[in-house]
Design a protein around this ligand. Structure first.
Ligand code: GLN
Length: 214
């Protein structure tokens, strides 16, 4: 399984390491041609404006949007989640807009207000997940096609899934608990074995060729 990890800024090294621990072939993505033939993409935490601006500079926005449209599984964590959202409520910033969620940045305050909590994520089993929130965003609202994966005890939504796209407000790559990454890989496995039926390999090849030629 080939996983690309967007390696422009933020915690990409940690994501690559977790993916390799789980037996996936993981490689950094900095240029559009490195998106070729990936089975999944991770957008790490970091600083969402920096990540998005660099994506723009490296001409990655359109290819990633198009791959998302044809069903490429994507995992976005923290700043990565902000990049996936269709709207950021408290900042006037452009995003990839591949997930129908509205997010709010730095929703818990400053760096000093970072915290770790045992977060119930039913999709990962009974044991709560050690979720690390660092200047984290929250999900303020979701459209009906989005499944909520996790809420804090006060009801705040902090992880969600739409099709093959998963967003988490916290940093699963900074703990020894690999279950969220495993869950993401299981979605890819299902897709590759045809269970989800929404992989459109032909349109992916066509898209890839079109941005290669342009
Ligand atoms: N505060 C960052 C932002 O708004 C996200 C922080 C993180 O990814 N840990 O982009």
């Amino acid at each position: 399984m080939k996983i690309g990890v967007l390696a422009l800024q933020g915690s990409f090294i940690e994501h690559i390491s977790v993916m390799r621990q789980l037996g996936a072939e993981a490689s950094p993505v900095r240029l559009p041609n490195q998106l070729d033939s990936l089975d999944g993409l991770v957008i790490p935490g970091g600083e969402s404006t920096a990540i998005f601006n660099l994506m723009q500079s490296f001409s990655l926005i359109q290819p990633i949007r198009e791959l998302a449209k044809v069903g490429l599984p994507i995992l976005g964590t923290c700043a990565g989640m902000i990049c996936l959202a269709k709207k950021v409520s408290d900042h006037d910033m452009e995003t990839l807009a591949v997930m129908d969620i509205v997010v709010k940045r730095n929703a818990f305050g400053r760096q000093i207000d970072s915290f770790e909590t045992a977060l119930p994520i039913p999709a990962l089993g009974d044991k709560p997940f050690p979720a690390i929130f660092i200047r984290a965003p929250i999900i303020e609202s979701v459209d009906s096609q989005v499944a909520i994966l996790a809420r804090l005890t006060n009801g705040t939504v902090v992880a969600a899934k739409q099709g093959n796209v998963i967003a988490a407000a916290f940093h699963p790559e900074l703990t020894d608990d690999l279950r969220l990454h495993s869950y993401f890989l299981s979605i890819i496995t299902k897709q590759l074995s045809g269970d989800l039926g929404d992989r459109d390999e032909q349109s992916r090849v066509k898209l890839r060729d079109s941005w290669r030629d342009s």
